[in-house]
Design a protein around this ligand. Sequence first.
Ligand code: GUN
Length: 304
Amino acid sequence: MSAQIIDGNRIARELKDEVKDGVQRLRAERGIVPGLATVLVGEDPASQVYVGMKNRDARDLGLHSRQITLAADTTEAELLVLVQQLNADPAIHGILVQLPLPPQIDEASVLMAIDPAKDVDGFHPLNVGRLSTGAEDVLAPCTPRGVIEILLRTGHDPAGRHCVVVGRSNLVGRPMASLLLRKGRGGDATVTVSHSRTPNLGTVTRLAEILIVAVGRPRTITRDMVRPGAVVIDVGVNRLEDPSSEKGFRLVGDVAFDEVSQIAAAITPVPGGVGPMTRALLMSNTLIAATALAARVSHTEASG
Ligand code: GUN
């Protein structure tokens, strides 16, 4: 048996078309153009590429996008001043501070300073807490939201299925588990969370009908660790040196794709699986934030 290879680029395009329609509607009905500000501190080449792609996506979908690049020696106080300015700016509905930040800046303090209503990453502790207590009207992190959309749009609804998440990061593993546990669309799963300290990881991952892997280590999941017929979602993005490639490296996931694709029912490739969905969901979150902020403004106007 050979797995269905899930085309993340196609699903991301479908979702981005929906967001584009939503952006046009908000503009026509309310005169509002959703605005996304991305902040990059320093010159990390991978982060520069990611932020550049996010801004290009935003412009393609008719969003207002503002990219702010700060020097690598920016202080925490300077960054916090910028965040406050963006919080107060009515043309900006979503704020994304690209991680990781340089060592002189405390990530938690910066994430906490972002207005939770503009937190399109879903990393503010208020949004994290609301998601983990099951709230539906919450800005949730883009990568796990992208995984849920992949599952729903490929006919693998997680409701009632046993999902095993490998990884416990704040960016993916933990919010992934919260989304799968939530009641309603995209949720209602039975969830097991495992990680690098789980003994006999294969005995846990073999229980999965849906296996979601986000650990950041190539070949963490091999064929013997996957139940035949499982749906495998590979969130990992690892750079492997490859002198034969033009860039000097190639991207691989956390799953041994060549062997696992022989027994899985469906599997996401790297690249071209979860990655494009993360960016599409960032656009979706910006539209959601702009719509919610617009409703808040109308409410204030009506009651004022
Ligand atoms: N760095 C890697 N992934 C992400 C992400 O989803 N959001 C932010 N802000 N930084 C990242």
